[in-house]
Ligand binder design. Structure first.
Ligand code: AMP
Length: 273
């Protein structure tokens, strides 16, 4: 496995490349969720490139940028064992200078849900993903449905900016008890972890209601709210797959999204229906 931190060096290395490139952008502290993306990308591409970059522009002032979990050595090992060909591991100064051009998230879908509680977050996400795509020029790029709004906005960027990369959507990996895997789970104490299980079980409640024919999104959200009432709820929303409001679940075109705070940790999850 080759490790490269300089974007221009990576571009130069890839210049004469004619291989099919699979790319998985991450912020490190790798877990089975990330590994599922690596496996899929490994199987379907000739060259597998993973980036580890804790992107400062997607963190708001006062968020956990400085204490975001870092596990550099373990991450390198996981990448190597997962068959990664190139690990792109830049520093912030390799990616950003001063007085930068940046992308703006769309004014509606970029500022609801996570974008409402973290205004500007998705500008940072889109800007860095755009930069990474320009450096790597991947054939396929892999993103998790766990970050459904991020995935939607990246797909929108690719479509609206006529980019050539194919976005592959990957299912959420969970612990055996249902908790969605996240790098931030390590912030949780044992008691908080138990509380956090209410998130996936609230989504199961929604799934059960829809299965029994209750499609009214107000009723579903109310039941979920009851289940999560001991936690600080940022949002519980039922939306169409293109992130427009829904009064009634449309099977095959709906997502219910949740974000809560457990202790000081923001956790998000969702279910595609
Ligand atoms: P992150 O390092 O948190 O920025 O995540 C990198 C990629 O892994 C993103 O596309 C995430 O959506 C995806 N990811 C994170 N957690 C999971 C999970 N539990 N299952 C599947 N994919 C995930």
């Amino acid at each position: 496995m080759k490790i490269i931190s300089n974007p221009l060096e990576l571009k130069k290395y890839l210049k004469s490349n004619s291989k099919i490139i699979g790319f998985v952008p991450t912020m490190g502290a790798l877990h089975e969720g990330h590994i599922s993306l690596f496996k899929e990308a490994r199987q379907n591409n000739e060259l597998l490139i993973v980036s580890i970059f804790v992107n400062p522009t997607q963190f708001l002032h006062g968020e956990d940028l400085d204490k975001y979990p870092k596990k550099e050595e373990a991450d390198k090992k996981i990448c190597s064992l997962s068959g990664v060909d190139i690990l792109f591991f830049p520093h912030a100064q390799d990616i950003y200078t001063d007085d930068e051009i940046s992308l703006q998230a769309p004014s509606q879908r970029g500022y609801i849900l996570e974008g409402y509680s973290r205004p500007g977050h998705f500008n940072g996400v889109l800007t860095v993903v755009n930069k990474l795509f320009n450096i790597i020029n991947p054939t396929n790029a892999y993103f998790g449905k766990k970050d459904a709004q991020q995935l939607h906005l990246i797909s929108l960027m690719v479509k609206q900016l006529f980019m050539s990369v194919n976005i592959v959507e990957m299912d959420t990996m969970r612990e055996s008890d249902g908790l969605a895997l996240s790098s931030r789970n390590i912030y949780l104490s044992q008691d908080q972890r138990v509380e956090a299980l209410k998130i996936s079980s609230s989504l199961q409640v929604a799934f059960g209601m829809v299965n029994s024919g209750i499609l009214d999104t107000k009723k579903i959200v109310k039941k979920m709210r009851e289940k999560l009432n001991s936690l600080e709820i940022f949002y519980i929303e039922a939306l169409s797959r293109d992130f427009k409001p829904l009064t009634s679940i449309i099977i095959g075109n709906s997502i219910i999204l949740v974000e809560v705070k457990v202790g000081t940790t923001r956790l998000l999850d969702n279910i595609y229906l």
